[in-house]
Write a protein that binds this ligand. Structure first.
Ligand code: FDP
Length: 432
């Protein structure tokens, strides 16, 4: 079982690698083809239109100096006419342009959406996801299936991959040097990162969600949420006793989802997909295994306003309350057509499908689990943040999930998330 000891690494924090990821073909230099005899106006037009002006300029390269005012006028007119077409052509992709996650993050930083410290944290998370993806893919071969032989703080059996993924995630976050406090679903309590260098972001994560699916090689995922540091909860390692530190750590992570700066997940499925929001919409990146980079594939994801797919573990039907049962019954009415049921039993996979196709995902409270099964900090709040950023909704049945103030680190709440109209329909049934 993963230990809950405060993290104290002596080595200086290694910075996450930052390389330029937006790869596009280099535009030919305008000056290379600038003709010698153009007027200033014609030159300006030429420079704006770049290489596409080459056809026009070719006429006066070499031995064709401009010999009359009429000729000059004609040249300028030709040049002006060439501009709209040139601009349109410039925007066309050559088919080899890609935007990598690293390049996208740097762009957000340049635009002032996130700071450099958050860029480094998100980069370190993406690195953890790549490592976990490879472990998940090879689990059956490298003897990483099955139980680790311990239970976590919530009494759930930990799988070997739960434990390994937790180490991978923690290591990546620690070595970024930009996290102050980290809290994992697999650890008893949040821990302070002593070697934090700057930034001091608070990160909550579930390193491997849906782990009951691992041994069957079915979809799993990692989920994370990032909060800005709270001055009141910053740790002073010189002065604090461990218990005082622990109290500060708990306070730091017990924030409502409303305060999230960023959240996201990585799905380990037929492809590895990293989906995140930094508060300006939701973007999805698919891992290209050949170049080892996440590449932008889902630009500005929007959850459809409604959708006829529901994703609940209906095995629990008899344990639900009557209002929820009648909601579920209503979805099956053949008039005009019943909803379709889809349930993987892996939150990341079920949520990802709901984001793309619309519908509703639900894990209600029931007689066996009176507050539901899913964790507010590591599952419900990050997913609700994403849902809202994509135009959907996240609710516990009566209120917005992002408004819930956690009183416990491992608090569970019911979750209904997905298309706005579907979540509102459910809320109406639950109100009675
Ligand atoms: P798991 O127990 O396999 O880790 O919160 C964990 C979670 O999976 C979710 O990913 C999943 O949606 C849910 O539990 C499945 O629970 P049920 O098996 O009760 O349906």
């Amino acid at each position: 079982m993963a230990s809950a000891t405060a993290l104290r690494l002596s080595s200086p924090a290694a910075l996450a690698g930052r390389s330029c990821g937006a790869c596009s073909a280099q535009a030919p230099s305008a000056s290379a083809t600038t003709p010698l005899f153009l007027s200033r106006a014609a030159k300006r037009v030429h420079n704006q239109s770049g290489s596409n002006f080459a056809g026009t300029t070719a006429a006066f390269q070499g031995n064709s100096p401009i010999s009359s005012g009429r000729q000059l006028k004609k040249i300028v007119a030709q040049a002006v006419a060439a501009v709209p077409a040139a601009k349109a052509t410039q925007k066309k992709s050559n088919g080899y342009e890609i935007v990598t996650l690293t390049g996208w993050l740097l762009r957000q930083e340049q635009d002032g959406v996130i700071d450099g410290e958050l860029t480094i944290v998100l980069n370190s998370i993406s690195l953890a996801c790549k490592q976990i993806a490879s472990l998940v893919q090879r689990a059956g071969i490298s003897n990483l299936t099955g139980l680790a032989g311990a239970a976590n703080v919530q009494g759930e059996d930990q799988k070997k991959l739960d434990v390994v993924s937790n180490d991978v995630f923690s290591n990546c976050l620690r070595s970024s040097g930009r996290t102050g406090i980290i809290a994992s679903e697999e650890e008893d309590t949040p821990v302070a990162v002593e070697e934090s260098y700057s930034g001091h972001y608070t990160v909550v994560f579930d390193p491997l969600d849906g782990s009951s699916n691992i041994d069957a090689a079915v979809s799993t995922g990692s989920i994370f949420g990032i909060y800005k540091p709270d001055e009141n909860c910053m740790i002073n390692f010189e002065e604090d006793e461990l218990t005082a530190q622990e109290a500060k750590c708990v306070t730091a992570v017990c924030q409502p989802g409303e305060n999230l700066l960023s959240s996201g997940y990585c799905m380990y499925s037929s492809s590895v997909i990293f989906v995140l929001s930094v508060g300006t919409g939701v973007y999805g990146f698919t891992l290209d295994p050949l170049i080892g980079e996440f590449v932008l594939t889902h630009d500005k994801i929007q959850i459809p306003k409604s959708g006829k797919i529901y994703s609940f573990n209906e095995g629990n039907y008899q344990l639900w309350d009557d209002k929820l049962k009648s909601y579920m019954d209503s979805l099956k009415q053949p008039d005009p057509k019943p909803y379709s049921a889809r349930y993987i039993g892996s939150l990341v996979g079920d949520f990802h499908r709901t984001m793309l196709y619309g519908g509703i995902y639900g894990y209600p409270a029931d007689k066996k689990s009176p507050t539901g099964k899913l964790r507010l900090l590591y599952e419900c709040a990050p997913m609700s943040f994403l849902a809202e950023q994509a135009g959907g909704k996240g609710s516990d049945g009566t209120q917005r999930v992002l408004d819930i103030h956690p009183d416990k680190v491992h608090q569970r709440v019911p979750l209904y998330v997905g298309s706005q109209e579907e979540v509102e329909k459910l809320e109406k049934y639950l109100r009675g």
